[in-house]
Design a protein around this ligand. Structure first.
Ligand code: SF4
Length: 350
């Protein structure tokens, strides 16, 4: 006869998870190894789902990704369709300012909670700063930069331009599948903390080849450095990807990881992300999607809005179907005031 009992070791870890005190790497590894069809996995997802719904008060977040340029990128990260070696893109495209503004206004009209402005690794930071300034004038949604490693001075320029946060993941296989040293990526996270940019993170891009040790290390690192959010994204293999033979993880495997990372994060995060948008993770602790337009490192279309990228409307529908409310205010930006508002306040006092 089937037993309703959970493995006592797993039960103890889930109790710790439910108290939102975070999990160790060892505990995360135990959960990451659970059989996908087991009762324990569904208990894990239930725990992550419950604490997210309580902590995030039912809010479904959409942070709208705008990839502002396509470029055969000489940094050649192996998982990226924008890499020169991938051979997917042979020409440089910079989306026109009017189109970027149009996307931003459309996102605002559709209640997006943030704009995630992504560039390729060699894109001019000054140009990104200009885009920030322009968008700050055109829309009133929080801006998040998604770009290369930066110095303190560059971070301050981003802040002044209106950015309130920065997405910056230490990728799985950093230094091996990318040319960037892990220490350099970590230094950039310290820069954000020093100057007051919110740090946004995701454990990514996960493929079947990654060990539970590598994955749990990055999950715990996100809690230690107090990421605003840090869920999990799976690697998407573009046609001709060097990882085609290795394959991809399924959405169900992704949902299990999303749940583990949720318990690891404890009471630190303001939201919990997953990518690409799918429903299984919405009952496993995730409440944050990235609808997308413009360039994407997962797509072979220059504008992912015409390819893999999901629309705001599609994300909204998934949230509604799964009992998350996309119309509540965002929980991610309470503690920040955009530079524009600070300037205005200073002007009013003068
Ligand atoms: S991930 Fe970024 S830095 Fe790496 S190849 Fe792609 S665009 Fe370039």
């Amino acid at each position: 006869m089937m037993s309703w009992r959970l493995d006592p070791k797993v039960e103890n870890i889930l109790k710790k998870g439910e108290n939102c005190i975070g999990l160790s790497e060892d505990e995360a590894q135990t959960l990451l190894c659970l059989d996908l069809g087991s009762k324990e996995v569904y208990a894990l997802m239930e725990t992550a789902n419950r604490i997210s719904r309580e902590q995030f008060e039912g809010k479904g977040e959409s942070h709208f990704h705008i990839g502002v340029n396509v470029e055969p990128c000489r940094f050649n990260c192996k998982f990226c369709s924008l890499a020169e070696n991938a051979g997917v893109f042979t020409e440089t495209i910079e989306f026109p300012e009017e189109e970027i503004i149009g996307w931003a206004k459309m996102a605002q009209a559709n209640n997006a909670d943030a704009l995630n402005i992504m560039t390729t690794g060699t894109y001019s930071l000054n140009r990104l700063i200009d885009i920030g300034r322009i968008l700050s004038e055109e829309v009133s949604i929080p801006l998040v930069a998604n770009t290369r490693d930066i110095t303190h001075r560059e971070g301050e320029e981003l802040l002044k331009a209106g950015f309130v946060g920065a997405y910056h993941a230490i990728r799985l296989g950093e230094g091996k599948n990318t040319p960037f040293a892990l220490e350099k990526r970590l230094r950039t996270i310290s820069v954000f903390k020093d100057i007051g940019l919110l740090w946004m993170n995701c454990v990514e891009p996960v493929g079947p080849e990654h060990t539970v040790e590598e994955i749990s290390y990055l999950m715990v690192l996100a809690r230690k450095h107090r990421a605003t959010y840090s869920g999990v994204m799976r690697r998407i293999n573009f046609p001709g990807s060097p990882f085609e033979k290795v394959g991809m993880i399924s959405e169900l495997e992704l949902a299990r990881m999303v749940a583990v990372s949720r318990l690891v994060m404890g009471d630190v995060p303001k939201a919990h992300c997953t990518h690409e948008p799918h429903v299984a993770s919405l009952i496993s602790g995730a409440n944050l999607f990235f609808p997308e337009v413009g360039s994407s490192p997962r797509d072979r279309h220059a504008d992912t809005g015409e390819g893999r990228g999901r629309s705001l409307a599609a994300c909204r529908q998934m949230f509604t179907e799964m009992g998350w409310d996309p119309d509540l205010p965002s929980n991610c930006f309470d503690s920040v005031t955009p530079a524009k508002t600070l300037d205005a306040a200073a002007g009013a006092k003068a």
